[in-house]
Design a protein around this ligand. Structure first.
Ligand code: CU
Length: 177
């Protein structure tokens, strides 16, 4: 027992150092990122993923090489119509994954100049604001998945784009399934 006390003490010290390091360097983890492939003529598509932060953080924007305008969007029911809009920020609670998915929050690539095809990988950067107002950015590499990925929710998304003026015919492709 006596020999274990100091080793436990060292273990606790090491743990506290790790915790301190964690506070100094925010940990934002992105799991399972992907971008939905497009059909010819489609002018917008989205990126989906799960984001987890170990401290309070707000997702405030995104950018990518794919399009000059990349926005954080939300889809939600307004009355009985699915609508999409840009959001100023999405709050992350520590340890609770923020899910970006078809039919919900997503990163939107606007005014696409060409097709987005399976086999491609899209580089994007997510921008966050901490509780103290400072900024944090996370680079993400998202492979392109077929248009039909996430089919169930995609149908809802298709309807939403039908009622949305800014994204062009076809939208994220729900109707093309
Ligand atoms: Cu959108």
């Amino acid at each position: 027992m006596i020999t274990r006390v100091p080793s436990l003490g060292r273990l606790l010290s090491a743990t506290l150092l790790l915790v301190a390091a964690g506070l100094a360097q925010a940990q934002v983890k992105v799991a399972d990122p992907w971008v939905r492939g497009t059909v010819p003529g489609q002018k917008a598509t989205g990126a989906f993923m799960q984001i987890t932060s170990d401290e309070p953080m707000t997702l405030v924007g995104a950018e990518s090489d794919l399009t000059p305008v990349t926005e954080v969007h939300e889809m939600r029911m307004v009355g009985d119509v699915m609508r999409m809009r840009q959001v100023e920020g999405v709050e992350l609670e520590p340890g609770k994954p923020l899910i970006l998915e078809p039919g919900g929050y997503h990163v939107m690539f606007m005014n696409l100049g060409g097709p987005v095809e399976v086999g491609q990988s899209v580089s994007l950067t997510l921008h966050f604001r901490r509780a103290d107002g400072s900024r944090h950015s996370v680079a993400v590499q998202a492979p392109v998945r077929p248009l039909t990925a996430g089919r169930g929710a995609a149908m809802k998304h298709g309807q939403g784009h039908g009622g949305h003026q800014g994204h062009g015919a076809g939208g994220m492709g729900g109707k093309a399934n």
